[in-house]
Design a protein around this ligand. Structure first.
Ligand code: NAD
Length: 501
């Protein structure tokens, strides 16, 4: 079959499915050294598109060399010049939000509403980071020894390896890419094999904005490409977002060379409903926490802890709200749940239906179906929003990150019990609770062991508010006023200017 045999999708007429996508190295397209390619999947139509370069260790080496060669000039570029390029980059992204959002929908099947929303945040983040970089400074320190002065100086770390997941490819990459380059580092990006094309397009826009050749390089490929990047001897830091399993492997590889790491990993967020909660606000939020991104979100609220006094009312409200959820083509702005991103992921998520059946005390409360028909068509990797009662502490449905719209409903009797259940998870990314009791709000927000605690809200984000996890959810923080610190070293400089004692 010739490549020209693939027909243009009526849903994405702007994209020729026969396009060859190459790596982006040293400012130009670079063919894979061994000629291998892989294909993207549109998870709604279940059709393949594009031929994407599959990165080998040799391709990774070429990209790291390009980043290393570009580093001295970029690190020494005056901050005003780097910041001006970031400003132009932000404006170019602003002009291309719709194109970038549609590309991501084509790749991962997330709804156009979500992809438009998150992609629209990128220009503001680029502007915020630009100002952080301009205002990043060391300190002149009070002399502590006779005849000496000392000061500190933030310096870029060097070549950053950034590895991103598919569930929010550009947003999560921007949390690494923007501060890394604003601080004067160069970078090699390895996007997920599910979402390579949107990242290549972002890199082109950066280049068009004036980011010099070699400062941003993209090598596409899968896990092995990522491993080759982490194991490359000439990188200085790994910034990774993905599963906890892969994060642990990366942390082990990094430990051998004391590489700096930022790891943003999995989650199993508890949403707690206390007796005095305003249920008219809490129930829609429980639903949103469960289904946003079709549950493919590290910040999903997949453990629903409900006080026994309001349990029946909340369950009835959940059922009524879930019945109204619109499943279908993610390009339709009315659709709230699109398909899962890939067939292997769909198999993993629907595998929890069988796991739940085998668990003695786990009972189905809502949902439990999957398949194309849910979205009203013949294709589509759809999973119905599903809620199980999981009273057993060791239930896999209750403990494991499913990364689909499947939640656990857990009844509790006291505040202490709710805190204990929340904190028994090995994850510690996000948590949230609903309460009108100010004393309880003060106590519980301190007691929860997660990097983010949402009180009477869920999934609130701000570019100036740090995000990251406790425990197996990761190391380091992205966003917030210190985000640029993850990409600098602090050097202390001493100046002796008198007779030495
Ligand atoms: P994944 O770990 O399978 O893959 C993530 C990326 O790492 C991909 O680019 C992949 O090719 C690469 N990779 C996989 N194994 C690797 C290895 N051993 N060495 C180097 N690279 C490797 O994760 P995913 O399925 O793409 O994403 C879903 C996961 O990401 C979920 O666990 C989710 O919770 C997590 N996530 C976390 C956050 C956060 O901010 N904490 C945000 C989004 C997603």
């Amino acid at each position: 079959m010739t490549a020209a045999a693939f027909q243009v999708s009526t849903r994405f007429p702007e994209i020729d499915p026969n396009t060859q996508y190459q790596h982006f190295i040293a400012g130009v397209a670079a063919t894979p050294s061994d000629g291998k390619t892989f294909r993207c999947l549109d998870p709604y139509e279940e059709t393949e598109w594009g031929f994407v370069a599959l990165g080998s260790a040799a391709d990774v080496d070429q990209a790291v060399r390009a980043a290393r060669a570009a580093f001295p000039d970029w690190a020494n570029t005056p901050i005003a010049a780097r910041a001006e390029i970031m400003r132009v980059f932000a404006n170019l992204i602003r002009e291309h939000v719709e194109e970038l959002a549609r590309l991501q929908v084509h790749e991962n099947g997330k709804t156009i509403t979500e992809m438009r929303g998150v992609t629209s945040m990128l220009p503001a983040l680029a502007d915020y980071v630009r100002h952080l970089a301009i205002n990043d400074h060391g300190a002149a320190l009070q002399p502590t020894a006779p005849g000496h002065d000392a000061w500190t100086r933030p310096e870029p770390i060097g070549v950053i390896a950034a590895i991103a997941p598919w569930n929010n490819p550009l947003l999560l990459l921007s949390w690494k890419l923007f501060p890394a380059i604003a601080a004067g580092n160069t970078i090699v990006v390895k996007p997920s094999e599910v979402t390579p094309v949107s990242t290549l397009r972002l890199a082109q826009l950066a280049h068009q904005a004036g980011v010099p050749a070699g400062v941003i390089n993209v090598v596409t490929g899968g896990r092995e490409t990522g491993q080759a990047l982490v194991n490359h001897p000439d990188i200085d830091k790994v910034a990774f977002t993905g599963s906890t399993g892969a994060g642990i492997q990366i942390a082990k590889a990094a430990a051998n060379r004391v590489l700096r790491t930022t790891l943003e990993l999995g989650g199993k967020g508890p949403q707690i409903v206390f007796p005095e909660a305003d249920l008219s606000r809490a129930i829609p939020s429980l639903v949103a926490g469960l289904i946003s991104g079709t549950g493919q979100a590290c910040n999903a609220g997949s453990r629903l802890l409900v006080h026994e006094s309001v349990y029946d009312e909340v369950l009835a409200g959940l059922r009524a709200a879930l019945e109204k959820v619109v499943i279908g083509d993610p390009l339709d702005p009315k659709v709230q749940i699109g398909p899962l991103a890939s067939r292997p992921h769909y198999e993993k998520v629907t595998g929890y239906f069988a796991i739940a059946e085998q668990e003695q005390e786990t009972t189905l409360l809502y949902g439990g179906h999957s398949g194309a028909a849910l979205g009203g068509g013949k294709t589509g990797l759809f999973v119905e929003p599903t809620v199980y009662a999981t009273p057993e502490r060791t239930s896999r449905v209750r403990c494991e990150e499913i990364f689909g719209p499947i939640g656990s409903l857990i009844r509790f009797g006291s505040e202490q019990e709710a805190i204990a259940i929340s904190n028994e998870s090995e994850f510690g990314l996000v948590s949230g609770f609903w309460s009108q009791d100010v004393d309880r709000i003060a106590r519980v927000s301190k007691a929860l062991r997660t990097g983010v605690v949402w009180v009477n809200t869920w999934r609130a984000f701000g570019l100036n508010v740090p995000f990251g996890g406790y425990k197996l959810s990761g190391i380091g923080r992205e966003l917030g006023p210190d985000m640029i610190r993850e990409y600098t070293e602090t050097k202390a400089i001493w100046l002796g200017h008198g007779p030495l004692a």
